[in-house]
Each structure stands twice: as C-alpha cells, then as structure tokens.
Design a protein around this ligand. Sequence first.
Ligand code: HXC
Length: 257
Amino acid sequence: MVYQNIIVEIRGKVGLVTLNRPQALNALNEALIAELNDALGSFESNPEIGCTVITGSEKAFAAGADVKEMAEKTYVESYLGRFLDGWTRIAETRKPVIAAVSGFCLGGGLELAMMCDFIIASETARFALPEITLGIMPGAGGTQRLPRYIGKAKAMDLILTGRMMDAVEAERCGLVARLVAPDRLLDEALAAASKIAAYSQPIVMMAKETVNRAQETSLAEGARFERRLFLSMFSTEDQKEGMKAFIEKRKPAFRNR
Ligand code: HXC
C-alpha cells in the first residue's frame, strides 16, 4: 500500500507511524485509518518488530475524526459502509502500541490515543472530546475508555462540556503515563518502545492481553485469566532464559520462544 496520510519507519525493533495530514491538523479520515491498519498489520506480522509508536506533529497528534468527511454522512450509508470498523481493528493490535502526543489530541484523536497501550505526552499536549459541540458524542470508544482511564466524574465533565484539558491535568488524572519536555517526546517514546521490544515478544503480548482483561471482566475472572497465562509462561524458553540469566548475572537473550 502506498501511504499518503502517514509516514512509516522502522527504528531497530520499533515500528514508527507518524500521522501526516498537516493541512488538517492530522484529522483522521477513512483513508488514514485504512493506512494505519495496514501499517499496524505489517508490524504485527513482522517478527523483527516488538512495539509500535504512533505520533503526530508538534501542533497536533490529531484534531479528531475528519469533520469535513463526516458532515454529510447518512445513517444508512454509515451502517452499510461499516463506518468505524477500521477504528476497532486498531484496538485489537496484539503487540504493544505507544501514543506519543504533542499539541491537539481531540475527539477521534484522543480515542485513537486511548486505543494505544499508554500515552506519553509533551507538556504542550491538549486533550478533549469536543464531539458534543458538533451535535454528536464520541463514537470510537471514547465514552467507554475515558471513564476507565480517569473515572466517571472527570469523564462526564469532559464529554458533556467538551472542554480542553492541559497535559498536567491529563497526567494528574491518569490519562497520560509520562509527561516530558516537547523536545524529548519522540526520544522518550522510542526509548520506551525499544525497551519493550527487547523483551520476549510472546510474554509481552500476553502481559498486554492480561492487563486489558482487567478493563473487561470481574476481578476474580481476571485473576483466573492471569493465572492461566502466567502458568503457561513456564512452557516458554524465554522464561527459562530470563531466570537463568538473572541467576548467572548476565543479560538475557530472549528468542521469542
Ligand atoms: C477536519 C479539521 C479538523 C477536523 C481541524 N481541521 N480539525 N478538518 N476535521 N477534526 C482543519 C481546519 O478546518 C483547518 O482547515 C485546518 O485544519 C487548521 O485548523 P484551524 O481551525 O484553522 O486551526 P486552529 O485555529 O489552530 O484551531 C485548532 C483547533 C480547531 C482548535 C484544533 O481546528 C478545532 O477545533 N478542530 C476541530 C476539533 C474537533 O471538533 N474535533 C472532533 C471532531 S469529531 P482549513 O481548510 O480551514 O485551513 C470526532 C468524532 C469521532 O472526532 C467519533 C468517531 C470517529
């Protein structure tokens, strides 16, 4: 696929996707979402890649779904055309994905960032779900994921008022995992991604899957799921290697087996 709305690079074991529609502050149109899915799919099937970073520009991670593309849509068209199906596939990525956010991260942009496993933000980042101002509500998981990240009270505040939240507030309330100076953003995200990519890939993927279970199920069910996957890890060569390397006081050489 030829990419026109994103830039795709490989940095060591990390896949890097830069959203690239500067003329529209990276508004997410259907073509961009299809390209993003294609890039994530190629990283998923590439055994050399262990983690992905999605970033935008200094001014905008993404200012939302593309309002100009959506404005005239009808219900039947959207239904028959499976509008938003592509967004759901992003959330189903099995290898970890980090969002590196600078500037505006609004509407569908924030929904995309929340589909990633965690957000590293520049001090310039600004977050909102402003859909209410357009006569709609969030439609790509925002009403479900935001309360899980930051609790009901603050999620209601943001979704019902559409107000913007700065990076300090976003970090304080748990939306953002790490806050960094603007010129450190990409380095910090790539360093975190490289660190993850150096671990055992199947173990990392199982850890991601298990943490995500916590959002979807009861504590008892989640703990049972964790126990099953935890015990299964003792069938991997990487568990043997990781623990042996610790005992022998050397760095482990994981082989993704
Ligand atoms: C389409 C957009 C856009 C968007 C900005 N642009 N956001 N185009 N969809 N979401 C375009 C503008 O129309 C403009 O194009 C250019 O990008 C620059 O934007 P300006 O508004 O001139 O920049 P600025 O004055 O700096 O204001 C920045 C801004 C504002 C505060 C971020 O652009 C804004 O409010 N954008 C919309 C934010 C929003 O409502 N997002 C939610 C979308 S709904 P021209 O051609 O005029 O230069 C959504 C629903 C998701 O995301 C649910 C399902 C996926």
